[in-house]
Design a protein around this ligand. Structure first.
Ligand SMILES: Nc1ncnc2c1ncn2[C@@H]1O[C@H](COP(=O)(O)OP(=O)(O)OP(=O)(O)O)[C@@H](O)[C@H]1O
Ligand SMILES: [Mg+2]
Length: 456
């Protein structure tokens, strides 16, 4: 950390010298001023603490104190007075001085006072940063859950956010939190003060998407009456989130690859290479490897993006997080809808935990939203969740024996595996999904020699 800077204001050279000498020894950076005007000028350059003489050739210390406080309310000022009077001390404190000292002063006393004052400044700043991070809507805490999968995800996001990584790939089913993760990555990085821009690659036709991304020169095409800066330029120093990257057309994939490799691009219709510093976070719910195999996604771009892949786990693989998420959404909607829901019935929570949530967290959020809108009491029950709480499907409704028959053992094995995966290998929940008891599940795990494979 940088040395704290202390401004010493006094018209007497000897006093400035002795203070400067002592404070420098204590490890501070000292700047000096002889007049009120000089003091205000130096103060504007940014100092941590001011030692201010009461009597200055061009004004009095109290006025200077007031002006400094106006410019920066956090400035700490210790007023130095040549005569001790209670009135003076009272006035100084009223004017917002941190403390005062009588001349002639004892240098040890001053050193101690300075140390205390700087500690106050440090604490104040710390509190402010803490508040700022807490008020920050996309801090890491926004990702709810403490299952191993989520703990791992958060640790990874934190590490990558702080790293110089220029490309990140987020994968995961719809509703698993890719948008959220992209924002967390941005706001947890030192790019946070710079722009976060985002665009959905599937939303625009190729030519439009290209000019959105790279901008265009005047006259580049019929409608280009003016030069336009693209998202890459606008995001300079920050993050560009490319959502649904799997849907990007091949022509643009090549241009994106060039940018990722060279950090430069050309505006549409432009000749000059423009260099920017942008972290690209791409997201997809497609399996890019498959897309590559089918020739729909460039292999070289895939490898470039896949340097830092982050896989967001499906909700069914971390059902332990469901109660926490439910309470989180209930709290949110209590505020938003002015409701007073305090509980979720235990058997309802259990059902929410065993349901498969194909739409993941978004589906869960929507289900809670709906339940909260309709609920009148202080408890959510099965009746509030038509979607998730239906009785197990009757087999006949779901499965038709194919004309050529099936392998029953194989079908059984497949269903057991699916139930285990959906319940994150929680045997009790898997059993509920299959309408059997836990021993029957255990027996089948043995019989089919099933083993859990880590999902990430
Ligand atoms: N771990 C989490 N904690 C709390 N809320 C979450 C979490 N993950 C996702 N959400 C919320 O769930 C909703 C869906 O998440 P998000 O939009 O990020 O999903 P997505 O992966 O981008 O989906 P899609 O592929 O459909 O675009 C959002 O409201 C998001 O804030
Ligand atoms: Mg999304």
């Amino acid at each position: 950390m940088a040395k704290p800077t202390i401004l010493v204001v006094d018209d007497e050279q000897l006093i400035r010298w002795s203070l400067n000498d002592r404070l420098t020894q204590e490890g501070y950076r000292v700047v000096e001023a002889q007049t009120a005007a000089q003091a205000l000028e130096k103060h504007r350059e940014g100092v941590d603490l001011v030692l201010l003489d009461y009597r200055l050739p061009d004004g009095d210390g109290l006025t200077v104190l007031k002006k400094m406080k106006e410019a920066d309310a956090d400035t700490l000022v210790i007023l130095l007075t040549a005569f001790s009077s209670v009135d003076m001390a009272v006035e100084a404190m009223k004017g917002g001085a941190y403390h005062y000292a009588n001349k002639p002063f004892n240098l040890d006393e001053i050193a101690l006072l300075v140390e205390k004052a700087l500690e106050t400044t440090r604490l104040r700043r710390e509190v402010r940063t803490l508040r700022a991070t807490q008020a920050q809507p996309y801090s890491l805490d926004r990702i709810v859950g403490d299952s191993p999968a989520i703990a791992q995800l958060k640790a990874l996001l934190k590490k990558i956010a702080a790293s110089p990584a220029s490309t990140v790939l987020l994968t995961g089913e719809s509703g698993t939190g890719k948008d959220l993760a992209a924002k967390v990555l941005h706001y947890a990085s030192d790019r946070a003060a710079r722009p976060f821009m985002n665009i959905t690659c599937s939303a625009l036709p190729e030519a439009l998407l290209e000019s959105e991304l790279f901008g265009h020169e005047r006259g580049a095409f019929t409608d280009a009456r003016q030069q336009k800066r693209g998202l890459f330029e606008m995001a300079d120093g920050g993050t560009l989130f490319l959502d649904e990257i799997g849907e990007m057309v091949p022509g643009l994939q090549a241009k994106l690859l060039r940018f990722l490799e060279e950090k430069t691009f050309k505006r549409v219709g432009g000749a000059a290479d423009i260099r920017v510093d942008v972290r690209v976070v791409a997201a997809t719910n497609r399996n890019l490897e498959d897309e590559v195999k089918h020739g729909r996604f460039r292999e070289d771009l895939y490898y470039r993006l896949n340097v830092l892949p982050i896989a967001l786990p499906p909700l069914r693989a971390r059902a332990d997080d469901i109660p926490r998420l439910v309470h989180y959404f209930v709290d949110n909607y209590n505020d938003e809808f002015r409701k007073r829901v305090r509980r979720v019935a235990p058997e309802t929570m259990k059902r929410l935990q065993t349901y498969g949530w194909p739409g993941n967290i978004r589906e869960l959020r929507n289900a809670i939203e709906r339940a909260m809108l309709l609920s009148e009491g202080d408890e959510l029950t099965d009746a509030d969740f038509p979607l998730a709480t239906g009785a197990p499907m009757r087999l006949g409704d779901a499965v038709q024996l194919p004309a050529h028959g099936i392998d029953l053992e194989q079908l059984e094995r497949s269903l057991v595996v699916q139930a285990l995966e959906r319940s994150g290998w929680n045997q009790t929940r898997a059993a509920t999904l299959l309408g059997v008891n836990r021993d029957q599940i255990r027996y089948r795990i043995e019989k089919f020699k099933l083993e859990r494979v880590p999902s990430n």
